[in-house]
Write a protein that binds this ligand. Structure first.
Ligand SMILES: Nc1ncnc2c1ncn2[C@@H]1O[C@H](COP(=O)(O)OP(=O)(O)OP(=O)(O)O)[C@@H](O)[C@H]1O
Length: 323
């Protein structure tokens, strides 16, 4: 059960005096709120010296509980949400955009799977440049392996010959190093709090539209060892948080995953196993022919397309292939 003190991080109105007031009515946790008569509590608050602050705190707690208990959505409401909010974002590559019917879908998690040196990081940086440039959007890049390169991103910016524009695009891309799954939880939680308060204040300019995690597998693989289920539970929790962020804030999320071993028929398969498989909405497999630098992307899973569609594209050396 979450103690009320944890909620103070989300809204300072849940301060010590609010918590003391709640404690005097036997309310110590968020769940305790559900068991109490809140009209009675509000009536008690009315008689206090700091009535306005207390009532504001109660209203906030109610909205928080409501947020956790979202009603079921029917198919019509889901379709409307899809048309109204979930647009596609160009990946920066014409062929891949056409394969994905426009690019990454906002509100969804797209996973790029590929062996080492297949070009996953290059793809992520190209996508970051494309979204920051084409949509004047903010991009958050979580780098788990020190592979982010601002210089390489600058090469992917189509208007890179214009120094002022290039600077503008680059300034919309923030990069943060994340080396373990616990830092990742803190990061995602902080991001959720920020996005929620921005939504409440209707801040819409330079909206965060793409979140990149390169790579999710290097954060999760170290906690999966052994026979315990704790690692798997943490993995599912991270996946759930990513999906929730994507859905509630209309963000396209791109994560990378490496491949392991020789699966059935001598082929490699995505790491993180069967439990992770259900997390991403879209799974793409990237392979690279090192003789001619051709990359092939094929769909392993998609919400509206059959698996197996494929596109072959060239590795970009600079920005000469801009769309
Ligand atoms: N500046 C660059 N210009 C052109 N090609 C590059 C550049 N930097 C890297 N590459 C190519 O991209 C390849 C590596 O790709 P990348 O780092 O994206 O692979 P990856 O799939 O992310 O690998 P890993 O899983 O090991 O991190 C290199 O082998 C190189 O050929």
């Amino acid at each position: 059960m979450a103690p009320l003190k944890h909620v103070e991080r989300e809204n300072p109105i849940i301060d010590a005096s609010f918590r003391d007031f709640c404690a005097s009515h036997g309310i110590q946790t968020v769940e305790d709120f559900l068991l109490h008569d809140l009209y009675e509590l509000a009536a008690f608050a009315e008689r206090q010296r700091n009535a306005d602050r207390l009532k504001e705190g109660i209203t906030f707690m109610l909205s928080l509980i409501e947020l956790q208990c979202r009603p079921w959505l029917n198919g019509m409401e889901l379709l409307e949400d899809l048309h109204r909010n979930k647009h596609t974002l160009s990946t920066g590559d014409k062929g891949i955009d056409s394969l994905l019917q426009g690019g990454f879908r906002e509100g969804q998690v797209t996973e790029l799977v590929g062996p080492s040196s297949s070009g996953k990081t290059q793809f992520c940086m190209q996508a970051a440049a494309s979204v920051a440039e084409k949509y004047s959007a903010r991009v958050l890049y979580l780098d788990t392996g020190n592979s982010f390169s601002a210089r390489r991103i600058a090469q992917f910016i189509c208007s890179s010959s214009d120094a002022a524009l290039r600077q503008k695009v680059l300034s919309r891309i923030s990069c943060q190093m994340v080396y373990d799954v616990y830092t990742m939880f803190d990061m995602l939680h902080g991001l959720e709090v920020t996005l929620r308060s921005q939504a409440q204040m209707n801040v819409n300019e330079d909206r965060l539209q793409l979140l990149v995690v390169d790579s999710i597998s290097s954060l999760i693989t170290p906690i999966l060892g052994g026979s315990g289920s704790q690692g798997r539970a943490l993995m599912v929790a991270v996946g759930y948080m990513l999906k929730k962020l994507a859905h509630e804030h209309n963000i396209a999320i791109l994560v990378t995953n490496h491949t392991v071993g020789a699966g059935e028929g001598g082929r490699t398969k995505p790491a993180l196993g069967e439990t992770w498989k259900s997390i991403p909405h879209v799974r793409l497999m990237l392979t690279r022919d090192h003789r001619n630098n051709n990359c092939t992307i094929s769909i392993l899973k998609h919400t509206s397309m059959p698996a197996g569609h494929t596109v072959t594209t060239m590795t970009r050396e600079d920005n000469t292939h801009c769309l």
